[in-house]
Design a protein around this ligand. Structure first.
Ligand code: BGP
Length: 468
């Protein structure tokens, strides 16, 4: 089978991870500009000041994407580049940059798929409480409006937020992302609710502008499976699905919060401060939400949490690798002897991917989906000057095959975006953990080089995945 004609083969990036130019052309400070410079917060103190200098090299990068045959490029807009103080004045130079990126994509027939928020919040807003403050919701909707008006004539695919669970959980529970708060369940749930409200209001706004494009959100997709048949572990897994998946997907796709979690957090005293109007807009927006974007890297292997002492959360074990008890102590995720893992301890499981997609279909029906991120973080082997990232090829091949099977089963999947199009800055793992089809030589003036996977993906796109 070839992938359907309207299926998009793409790859992704995010502003803070590629652009650099952190203080150029009127850009305001982001929370990451500040957080990454606090000693000990990131791997070897890396930050996005220069990143891979995409801000100055976007033409070269997009030309390479075109050469690879990429059909769509998912990138994010830096809010503080557009509105330096979070609210108020718009930075014309910021608009100009994204206009150029969009036009450059269109020149080659590459569909721009734009994320409005991939974690770089204007620092001014972070200092006023960030996502726990409802003023951030108002500010986001205005920022979204500026973007729709400036770019909506050419951008027809919008993602409001990238991975709410990550920036809220790492920001308010694990303390590994800004604002680096540890263990505050109340703030965590408030932040998630504010994000869902901002998402819903932006959707209503977008639809009222009649730009006739599509809009949705991107979530982490990390389906939970029990480690065994033990009823206690199965129960813990059901709980994990409720708090980690349904809490995030239900408000977007059903327009309401899962009752199970609402009751659970009420007992814990974590119920967000929400108004009737906010709940109503979330309800209305669910019908207008066009798709859900899934970022899949690995499933969760779940068991009941019977360890009484808290596992110490370090940077390494708070960025995806199993090993942490849940925020409420009910369950924990574990590594299993019979599973395969990456060098960073992330499980490799295309089977878990397909099984998870089936679960989604079961709960949410025929919703339109894109895989907005999927890929292998690795230290790529270099042999005689060639980057032979064969493990990445294998990883993507297996996961794209799972997507193919999903489509054959009638799952409504419309595109696949590999993470990432080019090697970029990993939030907490520096430049060591590579994901791209294009290599960036940090010892040689950030020179770009095609990896083995570049040629491989080009062929997949050309043959529309027939050989997979
Ligand atoms: C996702 C983010 C991406 C990217 C990816 C890989 O959660 O949306 O921005 O960073 O994970 O993560 P890491 O760099 O930690 O391996």
């Amino acid at each position: 089978m070839k992938f359907p004609k309207d299926f998009l083969f793409g790859a992704a990036s995010a502003s803070y991870q590629v652009e650099g130019a952190w203080n150029e052309d009127g850009k305001g400070l982001s929370n990451w500009d500040v957080f990454s410079k606090i000693p000990g917060k990131t791997f070897e103190g890396t930050n996005g000041d220069v990143a891979v200098d995409h801000y100055h090299r976007y033409k070269e990068d997009i030309k390479l994407m075109a050469e690879m045959g990429l059909e769509s490029y998912r990138f994010s807009i830096s809010w503080p580049r557009i509105i330096p103080n979070g609210v108020g004045e718009v930075n014309q130079k910021g608009l100009e940059f994204y206009n150029n990126v969009i036009d450059e994509c269109l020149k080659y027939g590459i569909v721009p798929f734009v994320t409005l928020y991939h974690w770089d919040l204007p620092q001014v807003l972070e200092e006023k409480g960030g996502w726990t403050n409802k003023e951030t919701v108002d500010a986001f909707v205005k920022y979204a409006e500026v973007c729709f008006n400036a770019f909506g004539d050419r951008v027809k695919h919008w993602i409001t937020f990238n991975e709410t669970v990550v920036f809220c959980a790492l920001g308010y529970l694990a303390g590994a992302h800004p604002p680096a708060i540890v263990g505050d369940g109340k703030k965590y749930f408030q932040a998630t609710h504010n994000v869902f409200t901002a998402h819903a209001r932006s959707i209503e706004l977008y639809k009222s502008l009649k730009q006739y494009g599509e809009i949705g959100i991107t979530h982490v997709f990390s389906p939970a499976f029990s480690v065994d048949e033990n009823p206690e572990n199965i129960e813990a897994t059901m709980h994990a699905r409720e708090v980690d998946t349904h809490w995030y997907y239900d408000p977007i796709l059903k327009g309401e919060y899962p009752e199970y979690v609402v009751k659970h957090i009420e007992k814990l005293g974590f119920t967000p401060d929400w108004t009737e109007e906010e709940l109503a807009v979330i309800k209305r927006a669910a019908d207008k939400n066009d798709f859900i974007g899934l970022n899949y890297y690995q499933p969760q292997r779940v068991m009941k949490n019977d360890v009484s002492e808290e596992v110490e959360r370090t940077r390494e074990n708070s960025t995806g690798a199993p090993g942490n008890p849940s925020f409420d102590g009910v369950y924990k995720t574990v590594m299993m002897d019979d599973k395969k893992y990456t060098k960073w301890g992330w499980e490799i499981s295309p089977e878990g991917f397909l099984a998870g997609l089936r679960l989604l279909k079961e709960r949410y029906g025929d919703v339109k989906m894109y895989i907005t991120e999927n890929g292998l973080g690795d230290e790529d082997p270099i042999i005689e000057d060639e980057i032979v990232d064969i493990p990445r090829i294998k990883y993507i091949e297996e996961h794209l095959s799972a997507v193919k099977m999903a489509i054959q089963e009638g799952i409504n999947m419309k595109g696949y975006y590999a993470w990432s199009v080019i090697d970029l800055l990993s939030w907490l793992n520096g430049y060591k953990k590579q994901y791209g089809f294009i290599y960036v030589d940090h010892k040689n003036n950030l020179e770009r080089k095609k990896k083995a996977s570049f040629h491989w993906y080009k062929n997949v796109i050309e043959t529309r995945g027939e050989e997979l």
